[in-house]
Design a protein around this ligand. Sequence first.
Ligand SMILES: [Zn+2]
Length: 419
Amino acid sequence: MRTVYIADLILTGAPQESIRNGAVVVNEGKIEQICSVEEIQNLGDGVEIKEFGEGSTLLPGLIDTHVHLAFDGSADPVERVRSADELERLAIMLKSARELLSAGVTTARDLGAPDLLDVRVKKMIDSGLARGPRMLTVTAPLTVTGGHCWFFGGECEGVDEVRRRVRQARREGADAIKIMSTGGNMTEGTLPSEPQFTLEELIAIVEEAHKYGMKVAAHAHGAEGIRRSLLAGVDTLEHFSFTTADGSMVEDAELVEQTAEKGTYVCKTICSGWGHYISEAVPDDQMRTLMDRGVQVVAGTDAGIDNTPHVDYVYGLEGMAALGMTNDEVLYSATLKAAASIGIAEETGSIEEGKSADLIVVQGDPRDDLQVLRNLKAVVAKGEEYVPEFHSETTWNATVDAPKYVPELTVKEDVISGV
Ligand SMILES: [Zn+2]
């Protein structure tokens, strides 16, 4: 049966494009037609009409290009996942998936999970056994021995070995490849400022992945890891924090320029767990500066990491705006541009005939105020409606005024621990 969604305003997802008093016709999981309200009568019988009324806005389902379903967003998600057995891990991941959907996220890319559980969760969602966003998976992130997130099982080294590891990920069901090009905050014994793979290894990984049409996402904090990842030709740079050995963040203008020139997408993973710190540690116009230099910024939150529940997705968008992006830019980065960055713009990311019926309806116009994205009136993923079960308690406006939380970066014998 066809379902027709009628809203006061439709934001198609293409920049600056909107339709007043339009209707979106959904049939068998796809957007069949976009028409005027008057044209609905031509559709004939067997049509269910859902009208959302005055002040409602229909827009594409939101996209989170960087999540971890296996992390539960608690104070210590790494310990939680390490001490859980496989069944418990699966339960955590299924809950995370429903949290994302509860925030209006209809597509998410999982950038690292244990035991191939991301592939299993994706299959469960695809087959209708579980509810969740459309998932893209990477299986275990590629890392060096003892490197960042080694406990996911993706350790590999040397040009031949890393090529083999890419092929293995593909065989095991990965849609994309994640590489840990620097250390990270969550793994003891690694430093965010330090590079991990050599340039030769990175080039081999990217070559091999691209051969199979797989995108490569590089976790990259320190400048050297960012530089090598860029040279190797990765598709997205995650975090892009320019973290130095003492934990401060100092942008390298030349690398930013090269990133813009190459058109490599950047996901800054602004999220509720780091919001206080980010608002303290980076300039208020940080995102504006990146945009003005021509960097292709996309939305992604690292959902699941410390103090970052998956349902807090909109917080990251509010943060991007607070750091200088316009609401229009943020919405584009969270829909069509995000879809392009992960290679699925043909399938989703905008309200277009023939695309998957991934849409949300909110009360209010998110171009005026991103907070209205929290007032969800409908969530539709691949044509299936979902009633949100979880609600986010954290908003950027409410928390930036709260007492500032600064993560403890304790440097001990070359080991950084803490957040
Ligand atoms: Zn991550």
